[in-house]
Design a protein around this ligand. Sequence first.
Ligand code: NAD
Length: 307
Amino acid sequence: MMNFFLETIQVLLLSIWYNVESFIHLFVPFKKKNISGEVVLITGAGSGIGRLMAQEFAALDTVLVLWDINQDGIKETARLAKQSGAKKVYSYLCDCSDRNEVYRMADQVKREAGDVSILVNNAGIVTGKKFMDAPDSLIEKTVEVNSMAHFWTYKAFLPAMIANNHGHLVSIASSAGLIGVNGLADYCASKFAAVGFAESVGLELLATGKDGVKTTIVCPYFINTGMFDGCQTKWPTLLPILDPQYVAKKIINAVLTDQVYLLLPRSMYFIAALKNILPMKQGIVLGQYLGAFSLMDTFRGHSKKQE
Ligand SMILES: NC(=O)c1ccc[n+]([C@@H]2O[C@H](COP(=O)([O-])OP(=O)(O)OC[C@H]3O[C@@H](n4cnc5c(N)ncnc54)[C@H](O)[C@@H]3O)[C@@H](O)[C@H]2O)c1
């Protein structure tokens, strides 16, 4: 009985304190950590926000390890990262959906660049077809790149972080990992998996006392990188198509301040919360109002743009 009483008081006091702390941080920015000299691995670094994050990390005096399946893409990112001041840049052709290749390249990274202390799982692909029209091979690939690759990179790089009780796991998921979208079934499944995985391992680490290994889960709405070219947003003020540079900066800031969830734009926090509390029929009406039912109708993506 005494335990129940004491534990309840403790939880109540901590709850009040953490809410006050959050409120204070609306006005006072969090202290940023110093990541100079850290080894940062970015998957899918050959274009889009992977490249921009590489440049941002480079400017913070880090050692960069770049993975991509696009040789020209990583070469260009490596050049830009050096220009931005990276301590050292290592680039590797690595298909992160291939478990054996991930383990092989991880061994090479450890030999050449040392232990990775910031792992950014960023590589991603999208089929862009209605589920029944999507070829099985593309559905499989989407899950392999967008979620299973995260399992293999964690297996490869997390042990050293745990041993040092120091590190940061960054999952570039999506708002499609929080809310289902008409026309994005396999992508949403893969991103929900990425969110659930990163969240669960983060809790596993906390439960074992490894509080020096941080997790950041990033859930952006559309970003203007080409991946979702053709898609239009119905109310750009409420749900703007995001500027890649802005997204990269927000992600780096989230890492530097150990922010666990980063949803972009800000309205996404509200929309995600509403999804879970509104009556279903009202949620559907709201989804239609926000254009969520027709988001993918005009999708072209990278490939069609290049044709
Ligand atoms: N663009 C958006 O609207 C948007 C929105 C939310 C989340 N995201 C996510 O952000 C991440 C980055 O997307 P982006 O917009 O910069 O797209 P992008 O297409 O410009 O970049 C993705 C990169 O991943 C690489 N890649 C693909 N498959 C790979 C594999 N098997 N192994 C290694 N690299 C591989 C590609 O070559 C490319 O360089 C993705 O995970 C994406 O799902 C994008």
